[in-house]
Design a protein around this ligand. Structure first.
Ligand SMILES: [Zn+2]
Length: 285
């Protein structure tokens, strides 16, 4: 079911990257990272006031990469599927290139505070996200990130927990104990655009959030839309259920609700590490 829509996402992703390539960011701007937008940090006088949507949109975007499976391709992997399977050596090269280029990983708590309140981020921030609960994210991605002191964000579909080839609950708990963030990507990967009843929201949003919180002992406040697909009607439903931010793919953000349309790009299995790096720099500005 989730495989069927994948080519569509790839196409959307490719189009968006292509569009973004027209607007070249200056080397100055990409080097400057978040520093230029952090001088407006609120003074410690009284409660923090959340920035309005226009201010949030105007902040420099933090690059966010979206990974799925991390393993070598096999003969039975279809052409379409390979976009979502990052070969192990390519993944290792990605992290090395990011580390060698001076990037620091950030997590949703930091990104939220930066976007909503202007809190400072480390220089050259990047977010590494992993969707769909695949077990190689635990066995390959997590140890590789550890080499560089990187932390990642794991968006789980909770239906897959403890199933073969997916992460177990114990592994999820270990990721959180090691400082990574684990949060929700629905129960079974149905798009929010198709929810018809209150029960759909309970099944796909409320229960998975609670399941993850029960496993990790931490709040699961952030959310990634399956297939990156969202609509304006979904946003109040997410807010009502305690979701404070939501991640899309490389389509346009909602000017009125940028915290619920945070952009990511898919780390295509076909790209070399330098191509991924270039796409990242060009897509986020
Ligand atoms: Zn997914």
């Amino acid at each position: 079911m989730k495989k069927l829509s994948l080519p569509l996402i790839v196409l959307m992703s490719a189009l968006s990257v292509a569009c973004n390539q027209v607007e070249k960011s200056t080397p100055q701007a990409s080097k400057d990272s978040a520093a230029s937008t952090t001088e407006t940090v609120e003074k410690n006088s009284g409660p923090k006031v959340m920035a309005d949507a226009a201010t949030i949109i105007a902040r420099k975007e933090v690059p966010i990469l979206c990974y799925h499976q991390i393993r070598d391709w096999t003969g039975s992997d279809s052409k379409g599927a390979r976009d979502y399977i990052r070969p192990v050596e390519a993944f290792k090269a990605d992290l090395k290139l990011l580390a060698d280029s001076g990037y620091h990983t950030v997590l949703p708590d930091q990104l939220y505070d930066y976007l909503a309140y202007g809190s400072p981020l480390p220089s050259k921030p990047v977010m590494l996200t992993y969707d769909d609960t695949d077990d190689d994210q635990f066995t390959i991605a997590a140890p590789e990130m550890k080499k560089y002191g990187f932390k990642g964000v794991f968006f789980l579909m909770t239906v897959s927990l403890n199933r073969p080839k997916y992460m177990t609950r114990d592994q999820v708990k270990q990721l959180v104990d090691e400082g990574h963030t684990v949060t929700s990507h629905t129960w079974d990967h149905h798009s929010v655009k198709g929810y018809k009843t209150e029960q759909d929201w309970v099944t796909q949003i409320e229960k998975p959030k609670k399941t993850i919180e029960d496993i990790t002992g931490k709040k699961a406040l952030d959310f990634a839309y399956p297939f990156g697909l969202w609509n304006r009607e979904a946003i109040p439903e997410l807010k009502k259920r305690g979701v404070r931010s939501a991640y899309i793919l490389s389509t346009k953000r909602d000017p009125d609700d940028p915290l619920y349309t945070i952009r990511r790009i898919i780390a295509s299995g076909y790209w070399s590490a330098p191509t991924l790096y270039k796409s990242m720099v060009e897509s986020f500005h």
